[in-house]
Design a protein around this ligand. Structure first.
Ligand SMILES: NCc1[nH]cc(CCC(=O)O)c1CC(=O)O
Length: 294
């Protein structure tokens, strides 16, 4: 089988696609593999604020179209960037083991959040991160920042920001772990739903490839991703809303789910911690506790 893997061209997207290619190659050396870089609307319109571009799936639509057209056989994305709804005819393979789901702080000079001077300026384009950061340190000033991981690090230097918040997973995958000043525990800063998990998307009915990809999956990641995405879907929000979800399995086998839903301006933030026997039960309880359902 010839496996053509579609990916965006950013360094992080390429690192993720290479990782998937190498892991498949190791387990299935009988296949041939190639990467195909696909430019998306999100890549081409870097200058517009994300809020203005608005629509979901900005970084995925062209890639999904190539899957449907059959010009690629597997798409690799970050699951946290995937819209809740998927085009018909496409499915996700079972998730592989997730990378570190936490958010991290990269500081230009200070050594910790506590040691930052009063009114220090932190860059992030995510309201989820901004509002939770302000819960930890009310005096901080938040400034918008976007672009890929390298761009944000460069902007922190050029614009003399005191720091930025990024996902640990991206930095680990790029080999930039040494830049990290501090990790936030999920209870302090609830990550985005499925942060650190790859989305491996393929055509429904592609039995041979899905069999191979699914055989390398991680059942715990599959369950926690299910709980986090069900919660996200139930809130009705997309990646621009201040919504967080973090699930993990406890030693007794139950699932724990931390949920967060904020109003658009951050004036009200609801957080919860619930337990459930199944992803569905945990997600339902979290939606009820955050006031998304009754
Ligand atoms: N929104 C961009 C994005 N999409 C996925 C990751 C990191 C990797 C991951 O969460 O799997 C990042 C960068 C970041 O948020 O710092």
């Amino acid at each position: 089988m010839n496996v053509i893997i579609g990916t965006r061209g950013s360094k992080l997207a390429l690192a993720q696609a290479e990782y998937v290619k190498n892991r498949l190659q190791k387990h299935y050396p009988q296949n041939s593999y190639e990467l195909k870089i696909i430019s998306t609307k999100g890549d081409r319109e870097q200058k517009k604020a994300l809020d203005q571009m608005g629509d979901k799936g900005l970084f995925v639509r062209e890639i999904e179209q190539e899957l449907l057209d059959g010009t690629i056989s597997l798409a690799v994305h970050s699951m946290k960037d995937m819209p809740a709804e998927q085009p018909s005819g496409l499915v996700f393979a079972h998730a592989w083991k997730r990378e570190d789901p936490r958010d991290v702080l990269i500081l230009r000079e200070a050594v910790s959040l506590e040691e930052l001077p009063q009114h220090a300026v932190i860059g992030t384009g995510s309201r989820r991160r901004a509002f939770q950061l302000l819960q930890l340190r009310k005096d901080l000033r938040i400034t918008g920042i976007r672009g890929n991981v390298d761009t944000r690090i460069k902007k922190m230097q050029e614009e003399q920001l005191d720091g930025i918040v990024l996902a640990a997973a991206g930095l680990h995958r790029l080999g930039r772990t040494s830049l990290i000043t501090q990790y936030f525990e999920p209870e302090q800063m609830i990550p985005a739903a499925a942060q650190g998990t790859l989305a491996l998307e393929l055509r429904e009915g592609d039995k041979e490839l899905s069999g191979q990809v699914n055989a390398l999956s991680d059942i715990v990641t599959e369950e926690i991703t299910c709980a986090e995405r069900l919660f996200l879907k139930g809130t009705g929000g997309d990646c621009h809303m201040p919504i967080g979800a973090y699930a993990c399995k406890l030693p007794d086998g139950r699932m724990q789910l931390l949920g967060m839903v904020g109003s658009a301006d951050g004036s009200s933030i609801k957080k919860c911690k619930v337990f459930g026997e199944t992803p569905q039960e945990a997600a339902q309880r979290a939606l009820r506790e955050t006031g998304c359902t009754r």
